[in-house]
Design a protein around this ligand. Structure first.
Ligand code: AMP
Length: 379
């Protein structure tokens, strides 16, 4: 160990023990880190890669005990209560910053911040009553999207309002929570930008990723298909957010692309599903660079090392042997029990060039059957 490495924390504490925490640990163990996870589930899938404390995220006593075993804290789940994050941040380095976590927990606060930073978002209104909803829909027009301000993800806690009859049904389902309604964006594509910022402010960006969602859930991600000008404008917007928060770690920004312009759908203050390709297709993965950032190590290159394309496994895993019989397929399983819609794993197809990537991804989609061919053709 040289002098500059002495202060580098060795024990990483992660609030949340899901697949993101697990992949963080799988990337961090070779770097010499050890991992502690805190999760309400005793069988959280990251547990195989470190010590698991089973506790609720709002259990401040458990939080204090957890803090004693670690040098730096982070999270894999953005709905950790801010009070728990603040408890840890009062005792040791906590990254990304609590204020970024808090802003991203509330869709209204998040969108208001974008406006303040002059970052485009779809037109929106806060909704606290039926009257608010009617007035907002009157102004935005149909279709529009009603979303809970908090705790929504992967299309959960939201309803698309297409015709006037949908309003009452959606209000009955979601009206107990604080809501936001936003204009429906007839986007040409969805994309995401992953950025990493170190403690010294150094910032790097992976190539924009083209994403295909089905029913609000990510199915396919492919990096490196957008023009440099679009990459530059996404990076400019990201830079504003990263500086605003004095951010440390990986941040993900999800965009809608329409008529050449980006507008932000949402921000995740963490590593993200649309960055899983970086494990197999980038010089440094999102997980490794997140750990480098939060522990004060130099950041690694975010360049693409080869063309890649990620398939998400939801609800049930495909036949592993059949998938692995294809050339250039990397299999990642999370060790979670199957449940409808649950993210159980992913595979990355890698290739030497674009033509080979498309041929290999097409072959995998055909082997998988179902809707995969159609999704791939829309990516
Ligand atoms: P979210 O949970 O907000 O990320 O939404 C999940 C997915 O629903 C997005 O990735 C889009 O595919 C779709 N979606 C959400 N909001 C809108 C919107 N305002 N206009 C069109 N599609 C949307």
């Amino acid at each position: 160990m040289n002098g500059s490495d002495k202060a580098v924390p060795q024990r990483i504490g992660v609030l949340g023990g899901g697949q993101l925490a697990r992949m963080m640990a799988l990337a961090g163990l070779p770097l010499g880190f050890s991992f502690d996870f805190l999760d309400p589930a005793g069988d959280a899938c990251a547990g195989v890669a470190g010590a698991l404390t089973q506790a609720d995220f709002d259990d401040l006593t458990a939080m204090q005990g957890f803090a004693r075993h670690i040098d730096v804290a982070t999270f894999d789940f953005e709905n950790v209560p801010a009070s728990s994050a603040l408890e840890l941040a009062g005792q040791l380095p906590f990254y990304p910053p609590v204020k970024a976590l808090e802003s991203c927990q509330d869709r209204l606060v998040e969108k208001q911040l974008m406006r303040q930073l002059d970052i485009a978002v779809p037109p929106f209104h806060a909704v606290n009553s039926r009257t608010d909803l009617l007035a907002a829909v009157e102004e935005l027009g149909l279709p529009c999207v009603l979303k809970t301000r908090r705790l929504g993800y992967d299309g959960k806690g939201q309803a698309i309002l297409r015709q006037p009859e949908d309003l009452e049904r959606a209000w009955q389902r979601l009206g107990d929570a604080a809501l936001i309604v936003e204009a429906f964006v007839p986007f040409e594509a969805e994309c995401s930008l992953l950025a990493v910022r170190g403690q010294d402010g150094e910032t790097r960006y992976w190539p924009l990723v083209r994403n295909l969602h089905h029913d609000g859930v990510l199915m396919l991600s492919r990096p490196g298909t957008f023009a440099p000008a679009l990459q530059a404008s996404a990076e400019q917007l990201a830079q504003r957010l990263l500086q605003h928060f004095d951010y440390v770690g990986v941040m993900t920004i999800e965009f809608f692309l329409r008529e050449g312009q980006l507008s932000v759908n949402e921000i995740a203050p963490r590593v993200h599903n649309s960055g899983h390709w970086t494990l197999d297709g980038a010089e440094t993965s999102q997980f490794e660079n997140h750990l480098r950032a939060i522990s004060g190590l130099p950041l690694g290159s975010t360049a693409m090392s080869r063309p890649s394309l990620m398939f998400n496994w939801l609800g049930e895993l495909p036949d592993r042997a059949r998938v692995l019989a294809l050339p250039g397929v990397r299999w990642h399983e999370y060790g979670k029990a199957p449940r409808p819609g649950r993210k159980l794993g992913h595979a990355t197809v890698v290739a030497a060039d674009t033509a080979e990537l498309e041929q290999r991804a097409g072959e995998l989609a055909r082997q998988l059957g179902g809707a995969w061919d159609g999704w791939l053709s829309r990516l």
